[in-house]
Design a protein around this ligand. Structure first.
Ligand code: ADP
Length: 371
């Protein structure tokens, strides 16, 4: 079978007419970020901010037209209302004041602080830390939200036991889902988990920006962002676009040695985001049967690296089967067994982050510029 090409997709889309404009979506220049790989198609339908979600029928028509093509295995079309240089739709009217600089952005309305949880690479337990940290902060009485921005492997819905999709009351802003005392939304709730993640560049950024600005987060004391792993363009742009109060870097003892975490540090430094510090995950192995402690991946590297790099060491999270079982089972340990030593490690982390937030004036986001 001949493979599906971009031209095939564009030809099909050029037959989809926007009834309001009486022109097809390709001629109108609405198709952005088209990617076609092994029959999997993704693109953004970029509409004017004021049209917003009213264009959902058009998005569906586009998906249908592409799915009808021979060789099309899946289609992901997202509606975006972001124009280059413009603010996201929900905020287009929010303030009429002249802006101090293009690189400076306001945080989402009614959210006091946005904190990124990042890692130099995948699989170090970044999402596990983000989820349990968010729940621990909520248990301390902070109004907390969690945004799963990990486009490469969104795992927050599974870890929080969330099913279904977020809804919208007004047709403009999405309502976050609720679990374990926190508000949460995941890029995974908006896409089919079985669908390959072939979104790229601007499309991903637009979707993430919308999840930050076009979700009813308020009122929140803190919004935790589970960042995509690594230090590529998507991460850099996110760090630039969202005014972050600070970043938490998660690393395992062996990755510290492999400098992945250092790259993360460098990225935040470059974007002038304060680094709250490094967390050592999978630090000490505690045998669930006999309680014996072992240091499978070495131990203490994060503390040393933090000292060397001049940033704070935020604590150690033990490698424990209960952490894996609870987070993979949708009932994170910080909620399920808050008095366990493993949950207490997350509580201690939450207390340090809360202290950092209280110490800094998070009403004024740090200036984010590029060197
Ligand atoms: P990342 O977000 O960095 O890709 P995850 O948070 O998805 O990593 O974790 C990867 C796997 O490791 C998951 O199955 C998770 O349950 C497990 N895991 C993470 N941290 C721990 C820990 N401290 N103890 C035991 N298992 C852990």
């Amino acid at each position: 079978m001949q493979s599906l090409s971009k031209e095939d997709v564009l030809t099909a889309l050029s037959r989809v007419v926007d009834p309001d404009k009486n022109k097809d979506v390709v001629a109108l220049g609405l198709i952005q970020g088209l990617a076609v790989k092994d029959g999997h198609v993704s693109f953004a339908l970029e509409v004017a901010p004021e049209e917003g979600h009213g264009k959902e029928p058009l998005r569906l028509a586009c998906e249908k037209a592409v799915l009808a093509l021979i060789g099309a295995r899946s289609v992901t079309a997202v509606l975006t209302a972001h124009r280059a240089g413009a603010r996201p739709a929900a905020h287009a009217h929010a303030d009429a004041k002249p802006r101090a600089g293009a690189a400076e952005r306001q945080g989402p309305e009614g959210v006091k602080a946005v904190v990124a949880v990042a890692s130099g690479k995948g699989g170090v337990g970044k999402s596990t830390v983000a989820v349990n940290l968010a729940i621990a902060l909520a248990r301390m009485g902070r109004r907390t939200g969690l945004l799963d921005a990990d486009i490469y492997g969104p795992s927050v819905p599974r870890m929080l036991g969330l099913t279904g999709k977020p809804t919208s009351k007004d047709g403009k802003k999405l309502e976050p889902m609720q679990a374990w005392g926190i508000k949460a939304i995941s890029i995974g709730s908006l896409i089919d988990e079985d669908q390959p993640m072939i979104w790229r560049g601007p499309m991903v950024m637009t979707a993430l920006t919308q999840l930050i600005y076009d979700v009813v987060w308020a009122p929140l004391d803190v919004l935790i962002v589970d960042m995509p792993p690594g230090t590529g363009d998507a991460q850099l742009t996110l760090a630039q676009r969202v005014p972050l109060a600070g970043a938490v870097i998660v690393s395992t003892p062996q990755d510290i040695a492999l400098i992945d975490a250092r790259k993360g540090l460098a990225m935040f430094k470059k974007t002038h985001v304060p680094v709250f510090g490094i967390v050592e995950n999978m630090s000490t192995y505690i045998c669930p049967n006999c309680g014996h402690e072992a240091h499978i991946f070495g131990h203490g590297g994060a503390r040393e690296t933090a000292a060397k790099l001049g940033c704070d060491f935020l604590g150690e999270i033990p490698l424990h089967i209960a952490i894996r079982e609870t987070s993979d089972g949708g009932t994170p340990i910080a909620a399920r067994d808050p008095d366990s030593p493993q949950a207490r490690a997350f509580m201690a982390l939450a207390e340090r982050i809360a202290a950092k937030l209280d110490a800094g004036d998070t009403r004024h986001a740090p200036r984010i510029t590029m060197d």
